[in-house]
Write a protein that binds this ligand. Structure first.
Ligand code: ATP
Length: 327
């Protein structure tokens, strides 16, 4: 099945689990266009984000993710298309959008000596609606750092503070632009937990990322974006299921098994062997496994080891673009 989609909004709107236009979407982007001189950075993007969704823009560096979110935030002017955040156009109703939107940029600059709680209180003062600061500190797991100065925080803690700052106005929509770039694996996991907690708290989140596993783990739906265009949109599970990516069964047996026998089993597409490990590719892994186990039982062969590897969004991305997301 070919995953490539046209830029037609009706077609895109039916992709994924959320019914896009049944309730007013909190973010609507329609045929968005942005040029920098001769370069078309965003070439007719359309998507909508429903209340309570975590929606991901996944794409390599330079794909047009930041440009798209900066237009949503009212930081950049667009050259074409329509955009609304909570039903307001950021180009003409910036103040209305600002009140309802929380944003973390790729880097957060704060005075070195400002304390965590102090920074939150300071930012909150700019808004009529304010979140409870103690709750925010809890959400981002910085309660013990409330009195610590910004320059003493680790990269992960600074990024979690950036998320808390984005929430001081108790926004309806939160935009996180590459929130985990540059963080180590542990800090990234902690930040993922914060984003999952945000979702549990009912926040609507638009997340840009070039980490496949992040999109797969956190997002209800993902738009894969490349060269300023959305090339696929749906839940991670749907995108993976629609791809031609095959599951792999790896097994080791106590005694060797002829490859031709394995190749004749139903639902097996290909078989290779390396160092005593047989690697079987299948498009219907459940049925292939049943056939394999039955054959082993009849032939009284013993299994030493068995692994099943499912295709990932990375496989989908490679299939659609012919390249890895980070090259
Ligand atoms: P990254 O993850 O690196 O931020 P991205 O997907 O967010 O990538 P954008 O930052 O939106 O991509 O950039 C899209 C394209 O537009 C890139 O080719 C980039 O070089 C170009 N671009 C971005 N900002 C400008 C600018 N102010 N002037 C000229 N070109 C720009």
């Amino acid at each position: 099945m070919n995953l490539t989609l046209s830029g037609n909004l009706t077609e895109i709107a039916t992709q994924g689990t959320a019914p896009l236009f049944s309730a007013p979407a909190l973010i609507v982007v329609r045929d968005l266009l942005k040029r920098y001189g001769d370069l078309t950075a965003v070439a007719g993007i359309s998507f909508a984000v429903q209340r309570g969704e975590v929606f991901g823009l996944l794409g390599p560096n330079g794909a047009g993710k930041t440009t798209t979110v900066e237009i949503l935030e009212g930081l950049r002017a667009r050259d074409g298309g329509e955009v609304t955040v909570c039903s307001f156009d950021p180009a003409t109703s910036a103040a209305d959008v600002k009140r309802r939107l929380g944003v973390t940029l790729q880097a957060t600059a704060l005075p070195d000596k400002i304390q965590v709680r102090e920074a939150l209180a300071l930012f909150a003062r700019f808004y009529p609606r304010q979140a409870d600061i103690a709750q925010l500190l809890k959400l981002v797991a910085l309660e013990e750092k409330a009195r610590s100065q910004f320059d003493t925080l680790s990269g992960g803690q600074q990024q979690r503070l950036a998320i808390a700052l984005a929430l001081v106005n108790d926004p309806d929509v939160v935009i996180l632009d590459e929130p985990t770039t540059g963080l180590d694996a542990q800090a990234r996991r902690e930040l993922h937990q914060v984003i999952l907690d945000l979702k549990r708290a009912g926040k609507t989140v638009l997340l840009t990322t070039h980490y496949i596993e992040e999109a797969e783990r956190l997002c209800d739906r993902v738009a894969i974006i490349d060269h300023g265009k959305i090339i696929a949109l749906g839940s991670p599970r749907e995108l993976i299921a629609q791809s031609r990516g095959q599951s792999r069964i790896e097994l080791r047996t106590t005694e060797p098994v002829p490859l031709r026998v394995l190749r004749q089993l139903p639902f097996i597409e290909s078989v290779t062997e390396s160092g005593g490990v047989y690697s079987l590719r299948s498009v219907d892994v459940s049925r292939a496994l049943i056939a394999l186990v039955k054959w082993l039982e009849v032939e009284q062969r013993e299994l030493e080891d068995l692994h099943v590897t499912r295709p990932t969004l990375e496989d989908t991305f490679i299939e659609l673009t012919g390249k890895r997301i980070r090259e």
